[in-house]
Write a protein that binds this ligand. Structure first.
Ligand code: HEM
Length: 227
């Protein structure tokens, strides 16, 4: 019984366990003094990075189903999005509450000095209504509007990339790699690219057309000569 449930829900189990690992490591490192010379900054960096990774994974779920036929991905999309939001909330709370002790004057100065924080705030404000309407009841209540609203997750991801590129001082390779992944996931939503991949997949899964495709790829000149 348990084995059967694990077999069918392995991805869910992996997501729920995996999403808690970064917070467990942060707590462990805090308790054992392993957060370095600037522990609060370290927590801000780690929670921000985890939020971004989970956000990107949640964006990858739909293409994993539509393009690769990997259906279980759809079952974990909402959980990944919600975990991304909770890490973003922890990131924001550490910055505003622990680093700046909710001191509005200090925060205003910090934002003048770190304008990228405003872009982070914009990303958070886009994520907030998505998290609040992630329940099945909201989905039912909002109908078609729900899909439209939840497309804003791409806007949030773009804002986070801008936030990341802006805050990095020298080596922008890492934020740009994340940016390229988000751009690719966005491109996969474009209709003609989706249709092209679906067509290619159906040809590859059909042995006859795969053979003809392989012949065309391997012997293009022969095909012309004999044809
Ligand atoms: C009000 C909202 C936000 C504020 C005030 C904020 C502020 C910050 C600050 C102060 C840093 C550290 C910069 C440094 O010391 O070098 C940072 C880094 C970062 N933030 Fe945010 N942020 C916000 C929202 C977000 C959101 C919503 C996400 C993702 C979903 C995010 C992702 C990141 C990432 C990926 C980093 C860099 C981590 C690294 O370099 O390893 N931030 N943010």
């Amino acid at each position: 019984m348990l084995l059967h449930s694990l077999k069918t829900n392995w991805l869910r189990v992996a997501v729920h366990l995996g999403a808690w690992i970064p917070v467990a490591i942060i707590i462990w490192d805090a308790l054992t003094n392993q957060l370095g010379a600037e522990p609060i900054r370290e927590i801000i960096l780690r929670t921000g990075k985890t939020a971004l990774v989970l956000l990107v994974l949640s964006l990858a779920c739909t293409p994993a189903n539509t393009l690769l036929g990997f259906k279980p991905a759809l079952k974990v999309r909402r959980a990944l999005g919600l975990y991304a939001f909770f890490y973003a909330l922890a990131h924001l709370t550490t910055f505003v509450g622990i680093d700046y002790l909710f001191d509005v004057a200090l925060l205003a100065d910090a934002i003048l000095e770190k304008p990228y924080a405003l872009v982070g705030a914009a990303a958070f404000l886009v994520l907030l209504p998505l998290a609040l309407t992630s329940t099945k009841a909201s989905m039912k209540r909002l109908g078609q509007m729900w899909n439209k609203l939840h497309r804003a997750v791409y806007l949030a991801a773009i804002l986070v990339i801008v936030h990341f590129v802006w805050l990095v001082k020298l080596d922008v390779r890492e934020p740009l790699i994340f940016g390229a992944i988000v751009a690719l996931l966005l491109a996969l939503r474009i209709n003609f690219i989706r249709r092209f991949i679906a067509h290619w997949r159906s040809r590859m899964s059909n042995p006859q057309s795969r053979a003809s495709l392989t012949r065309k790829i391997n012997f293009p000149t022969d095909a012309k000569e004999h044809g």
